[in-house]
Design a protein around this ligand. Structure first.
Ligand code: XMP
Length: 520
């Protein structure tokens, strides 16, 4: 037997492998990928992915629409690193709209709400403010009540000996303050600010004003230098055609409390608001996407918004993918019960281990021209490589919930730092509004519901960009081992083989005393 045919009888392509499992469902750790001849170095691989027409990401990672994972800070950081944040909807609609606006209006490096002082204050008041708030800076823009710029209070004037001097008498007056119009920032505000600081030796701050000379923001030379330095190491931001960061948001398939029918007007009004604020993708996330309510919601959103990228889910069958695709979804979320905080399989006895679910879904997705998100159960970068042999992107909750950019306070327990992470089907999250996602009416939350998620903690992790660099670095290594230049090649080249529990033990560090845990 030739070497290569022996290889292919063990290391099988997706169809042969998954269909040959005799009806057994497999997940990430059940399987390993075979290495293949490669001329590809990890750093030369492209991990760009297209979710829907006109919506591409530089990295195939999406942060989950969960109330302990994605609000504007996470979505901004995800997009700055080339991915996408999906802002959860467990908050009043108006608040969610302003979270989306924050992402779409974010100018990286621009402090959009700088601390200002008024001309009538005394330097002593400013010194008090600095002490109270522990500010590390002493230069402040001076504005009137309508935010019009009057001058700049320089750091060298903010000293106790001038405590009784009015800001008005100590500031550099408006006509001597260098500013830039918001409209002149152009497509790359960082490059524009960098040019300004190079041309104006000794200046450390650049104020941004609008046409009415109202203060709109502030660049500092140290932020600009840090960002330019990081740009070499970091991934490219994911932006729309107007150079704004990409942002997704989820909506709930709300039902009218009187009739129990889908509240079409309310859902359409909600999505209209999101679209007006620039959302690039809207998701209907539910625990059971292959259901009439979700299908109807997708159908009427598709008819109201013919070109808006729509994500829907979750499903784990080919029929579920076909149903949502026929209703008009572009991106289908796969995953029932794999999440780190999920108890759906325990509580309801349903759900499919993730790799088999992805395989079955991928066949239908290819037939219907839609893309797949592997949602939940990703615990390490190797899982991302495996997921992307079948899907087009992955959605992570637990892997990102410990980052400082996730919502919520840092909690200290016995000297260790944590952040809260909870399932959207946990009682606390459903009481806060996510009951519809699990097929319950909000009023049901008054009585005892069967929770399908737990409330948990994650250890505080490094900032998101560090975590993403580790995850994408692992993905690129995997692609190098398979000789895959891009994600399309990864999908076609992948060869799978099952591993036994002994093989799984062999796959992780063993028979050593670990002194330092690896990053992911
Ligand atoms: P990871 O594993 O990344 O999973 O933490 C995140 C995904 O889990 C789903 N999710 C839930 N599933 N009960 C469930 O059965 C829940 O309470 C719950 N909350 C979130 C969701 O798809 C998310 O993206």
């Amino acid at each position: 037997m030739e070497h290569s045919s022996l290889d292919s009888s063990f290391y099988q392509a997706a169809d042969q492998f998954f269909q040959g499992q005799g009806g057994t469902a497999l997940t990430y750790d059940d399987v390993t990928l075979a290495t293949l001849y490669s001329e590809v170095l990890p750093r030369d691989t492209s991990i760009e992915t297209t979710l829907a027409e006109g919506l591409s990401l530089h990295i195939p990672l999406i942060s989950a629409d969960m109330d302990t994972v994605t609000e504007s800070s996470m979505a901004i950081a995800m997009a700055l690193n080339g991915g996408l944040g999906l802002i959860h909807c467990n908050m009043p609609e108006r608040q969610q709209l302003s979270e989306v606006s924050r992402v779409k209006n974010n100018v990286h490096g621009l402090i959009q709400e700088p601390i200002k002082v008024s001309p009538e204050q005394e330097i002593g008041d400013v010194l008090e403010l600095i002490e109270q708030k522990a500010f590390a800076f002493r230069t402040f823009p001076v504005v009137d009540e309508s935010e019009r710029l009057l001058g700049l209070l320089p750091g060298h004037a903010v000293r106790p000996r001038y405590a009784a001097v009015r800001v008005l008498d100590a500031m550099t007056p408006r006509k001597l303050v260098q500013t830039i119009r918001e409209s002149e920032l152009g497509a790359d505000p960082i490059a524009r600010a960098d040019q300004f600081f190079s041309e104006h030796v000794g200046m450390h701050k650049l104020l941004v004003v609008n046409d009415a000379d109202q203060l709109r923001g502030l660049f500092t030379i140290s932020d600009i230098e840090r960002i330019l330095h990081e740009r070499h190491a970091q991934l490219k931001p994911a932006r729309d055609s107007q150079f704004r960061l990409l942002c997704g948001a989820s909506v709930s398939a709300t039902r009218s409390s009187s009739t129990g029918d889908l509240d079409r007007d309310r859902i359409v009004a909600h999505v209209t608001g999101l679209v007006e604020r620039g959302a690039d993708l809207v998701a209907i996330s539910t625990a059971h996407g292959h259901s009439r309510g979700v299908g109807e919601a997708v159908r009427f959103l598709r008819s109201e918004f013919p070109t808006l990228p729509l994500m829907a889910g979750n499903v784990t069958s080919g029929a579920g993918v076909a149903y949502l695709a026929e209703c008009g979804a572009n991106v289908i979320k796969i995953g029932q019960g794999p999440g780190s905080i999920c108890t759906t399989r325990v509580v309801a006895g349903v759900g499919i281990p993730q790799l088999t679910a992805l395989y079955v879904a991928a066949k239908a997705a290819a037939a219907h021209g839609v893309t797949l998100v592997a949602d939940g159960g990703i615990t390490k970068s190797g899982d991302i490589v495996k997921a992307l042999t079948l899907g087009h992107s992955v959605m992570c909750g637990g892997l990102l919930a410990g980052c400082p950019e996730a919502p919520g306070q840092i909690i200290e327990i016995n000297g260790k730092l944590y952040k809260q992470y909870r399932g959207m089907g946990s009682l606390a999250a459903m009481r806060a509004g996510s009951a519809a996602r699990y097929g319950h009416a909000t009023k049901d939350t008054a009585r005892k519901l069967a929770a399908e998620g737990v409330e948990a903690l994650k250890e505080l992790s490094p900032p998101l960009d560090t975590v993403l660099l580790q995850l994408t670095g692992g993905l690129q290594s995997g692609m190098g081992y398979l000789g895959a230049r891009n994600l399309t090649e990864l999908r076609s080249k992948a060869r799978y083989i099952r591993v036994t529990p002994a093989g799984q033990r062999e796959s992780a560090p063993h028979d050593v005393i670990e002194m330092k845990a690896s990053g992911t």
